[in-house]
Ligand binder design. Structure first.
Ligand code: IPM
Ligand code: MG
Length: 369
């Protein structure tokens, strides 16, 4: 492989740095054993950035991110910064980097590993073999719509406003990502909206319909979000690719995450638009967040971050063989009975973050032998 790829590491807050230490092992392993080599820069985001620089997204972080081939993030946020003014809270850093890098497509796979099918709070037969891809629009909708804010009313009291906006171009753009993924999967897209109440999502539905002709081999269906929430827990295996707005995607992806038995297992990718040279901005992160309750105990599950790195290889560098290798290593380690606290079940072996990370390396050694 020619020039080294540039990777920005953003460990962030809470368990972020702990899980990022373990992914580093995997990257080093690939560096030594296989074809890809990364120039890694470490940067600040979220609470860690607030403590060091006063703001959650320093210019320097953004500059390096823009000039990187991909960004791998741990997590942001924690009780320490919750009382800060809204504009400078850690979450603003995450939302800022999504917006500045144009990361409009958020891919959140909800996959149940065979070894963990009984770890879900749902019945095993409902979730075993589950493999859904949630495609969440990430830079539009009510998260970013204007006007927004809270104002004092002349007669007393206040008025809060957030605005749900989408353009046809935004809907079609995220739609194409979903259709494209469905082509490589089981050929079905379910678009989630609230077209019985919200005009913007009536348009969303029409705009999704308008592009389906480009993907004749993909079947498009529509569902209202309240029904979708219900169907996700009733019969999740009916879904293949789910595409939805920023807000609905935030909620439904947490719901889908729980189907898998542990938030600690779920990776995600946030992708920008492809440019002429075939490059796209991309940020990968575990879905689990900073988990302040277990920070510093060395018990966090590093697998979602390791799987996020696998997504990075797959979606940013087209290295599906290496990505498959990592996914297989995760599968095998789980089959072998090792569990971090969050996915612990009777009869399994409870291990620390570090032991889990090292077990993945051992498994990679075996698989590559
Ligand atoms: C997520 C998170 C974020 C979001 C927060 C931390 C801003 O919940 O990535 O799902 O709402 O998008
Ligand atoms: Mg969320």
């Amino acid at each position: 492989m020619a020039a080294n790829k540039k990777l920005l590491f953003l460990p962030g807050d809470g368990i972020g740095p702990e899980v990022m230490t373990e992914v580093r092992r995997v990257i080093d392993w690939m560096d030594h054993r296989r074809t890809v080599s990364f120039d890694i820069t470490e940067g600040l985001i979220g609470g860690a950035a607030i403590d060091a620089t006063g703001g959650p997204l320093p210019d320097d972080t953004l500059d390096v991110a823009i000039n990187s081939d991909a960004v791998l993030m741990g997590a942001v946020g924690g009780p320490k910064w919750e009382t800060m003014p809204f504009e400078v809270q850690p979450e603003r850093g995450l939302l800022g980097i999504r917006r500045e890098l144009g990361l409009f497509a958020n891919l959140r796979p909800a996959l149940v590993f065979d070894a963990l099918a009984s770890a879900s709070t749902l019945k095993e037969e409902v979730v075993s073999g589950l493999d859904i891809m949630i495609v969440r629009e990430l830079t539009g909708g009510i998260y970013f719509g204007e006007p927004r804010g809270v104002e004092d009313l002349p007669g007393g009291g206040r008025k809060g406003v957030n605005t749900l906006t989408y353009t046809t171009a935004e809907v079609q753009r995220i739609g194409r990502v979903a259709f494209d993924l469905a082509q490589k999967r089981n050929g079905r897209v379910c678009s989630i909206d609230k077209a019985n109440v919200l005009e913007t999502t009536v348009m969303w539905r029409e705009d999704m319909e308008s592009i389906k002709g480009e993907f004749p081999d993909v079947e498009l269906s529509h569902m209202y979000v309240d029904n979708a929430a219900m169907q996700l827990v009733r019969n999740p295996k009916q879904f293949d690719v789910v595409v939805t707005t920023n807000m609905f995607g935030d909620i439904l992806s947490d719901c889908a995450a729980m189907l898998t038995g542990s938030l600690g297992m779920l990776p995600s990718a946030s992708l920008g638009e492809l440019d002429e040279s075939g490059r796209r901005a991309a940020l990968y992160e575990p879905v689990h967040g900073s988990a302040p309750d277990i920070t510093g105990e060395g018990i966090a599950n590093p697998l979602a971050t390791i799987l996020s790195y696998s997504m990075l290889l797959r979606y940013s560098f087209d290295m599906s063989e290496d990505a498959d290798l990592i996914d297989q290593a995760v599968c095998n380690v789980l089959d072998g009975g090792l569990r971090t606290a969050d996915i612990m079940e009777r009869g399994k072996v409870r291990v620390s973050t570090e032991t889990m990370g090292k077990a993945i390396i051992k498994e990679l050694d075996k698989l590559a032998a």
